[in-house]
Ligand binder design. Structure first.
Ligand code: NAI
Ligand code: MG
Length: 396
């Protein structure tokens, strides 16, 4: 049976790269129907909702989404851009991709960062005798996607009952008991056992399935004892019981960022809470080419949505021809294929990308370390379409 995929191009370069990724999927022999889900700035402005209900319904029905990128703006700025007839009616902007993660409980975020041989953006370092080393990075970060510091449980000038509850904690009373309430801002970091177990198990399962030798918990359990501590403790129990063949490592987020450039090749699967997962995944992405290469999956029990980690890059949105690198979006499409059991097609596409990069004849402006501008094409950079074409050519 042919699958139906909900494609959500969104805004700016999201629209550009998603179409290219679908051309690559077609060329790899992946047969699917695509229905378009409206999402992003245009729908905020015209309807006061960047994530219309009809899009939510499409996702409920078809379960699998490919998402480009959206433009987000701060609340006040967003309100000003509403269509005149919607102004002052109480519409409040919130990010539709964050909304989707919450709505469908897409609590497992997967962010692979792997080196393509020949990518000029690969991290290099010096060896003991001054020689140049190019470590091969192959890391997959599992980031808890719905809890922790990003869950929005926070207050400025907290209400009385919240303040009083905090005052029952001796450390709060001692340190903040004399601070006027209106001078307090509080953001909470709440982990549940259920979500923590899900992200840990997803990480171990991935390590097992794809043959990674270690899972690293990257948190700060020595200081943030309750949340980080719980995650590490649960990881130890899960590993001992169900994954004895996989090594469990423990690093602190700060130290991990310091070691990032020292030994990135040593790590396999990394698992972390929401904020630290966000940080460590950007760190590793920087070693393998950055935003043009970084893809991610948002996975729940029922629904999964795949996206590049970059945004809508508005300054390049109108470029004709487009100049941005489509590889991050194509990688996201490969993750979708893996998720639905089309691993062979995913591997075929990754192999094609690897060949194009290794050959080095077709490179987008970011790979040539140029400043993004329309004239990069004259200077020898490939267009978005030329890059996709080169990949398609290798699939033949
Ligand atoms: P951005 O990721 O859109 O762009 C930052 C810079 O990275 C670009 O100016 C460009 O130099 C480079 N870049 C991004 N994608 C690239 C690609 N495929 N190839 C080559 N170079 C690329 O982040 P920025 O400028 O901070 O945000 C722009 C808009 O996107 C904002 O409205 C922001 O809220 C939104 N955003 C949306 C995200 C999403 O949809 N998931 C994620 C991040 C930002
Ligand atoms: Mg981020």
């Amino acid at each position: 049976m042919k699958r139906t995929i909900v494609k959500m191009p969104g805004d700016g370069i999201g629209r550009v790269v998603l179409d290219e990724a679908i051309r690559v999927l077609d060329a790899a022999g992946f047969e699917a129907d695509y229905v378009e889900g409206d999402i992003g700035w245009e729908f905020w402005r015209k309807e006061g909702n960047p994530l219309p209900d009809r899009t939510v319904e499409l996702i409920k029905k078809h379960k699998i989404g490919l998402f480009g990128a959206i433009t987000s703006k701060p609340k006040e700025e967003a309100a000003k851009e509403l269509a005149p007839e919607l102004q002052g009616k109480g519409y409040v902007y919130s990010s539709p991709i964050v909304g989707l993660r919450q709505m469908f409980n897409l609590d497992v975020s997967i962010r692979p960062c792997h080196t393509y041989e020949g990518n000029p953006l690969n991290f290099i370092r010096r060896g003991p005798n001054g020689e140049i080393e190019e470590p091969k990075v192959d890391v997959v970060i599992f980031r808890q996607n719905t809890e922790g510091l990003y869950s929005g449980v926070e207050w400025s000038n907290p209400p009385e009952e919240v303040y009083n509850a905090f005052m029952t904690h001796p450390k709060f009373a001692k340190k903040y008991g004399n601070v006027p309430k209106e001078e307090l801002a509080i953001s909470t970091r709440i982990f549940t056992k259920k979500a923590t177990e899900r992200i840990l198990r997803a990480a171990f399962e991935h390590a097992k399935k794809y043959g990674y030798k270690s899972v690293t918990v990257c948190e700060k359990p020595n200081v943030i004892r309750e949340t980080s501590g719980m995650m590490y403790q649960m990881a130890k129990e899960i590993q001992a019981k169900d994954y004895p063949e996989i090594e469990l490592w423990n690093t602190n987020i700060d130290a991990q960022m310091m070691w990032l450039t020292k030994n990135p090749e040593d790590y396999g699967v990394i698992v972390a809470g929401n904020m630290f997962g966000d940080i460590v995944s950007d760190g590793f992405a920087g070693l393998v080419g950055g935003l043009g290469f970084a893809a991610s999956a948002n996975i729940g029990d029922d629904v999964a949505i795949f996206e590049p980690t970059h945004g809508s890059a508005p300054k390049y949105a109108e470029f004709d021809p487009p100049i941005v690198n489509p590889i991050a979006m194509i990688e996201a499409a490969c993750m979708m294929l893996d998720h639905i059991g089309e691993n062979e097609k995913a591997e075929k596409i990754r192999k094609a990308i690897a060949e194009v990069i290794k050959e080095g004849k077709v490179r987008t402006y970011d790979m040539l370390k140029m400043k993004g501008a329309q004239d990069v094409i004259e200077k020898g950079a490939a267009t978005t379409t030329q890059m996709a074409n080169a990949i398609i050519e290798k699939l033949k």
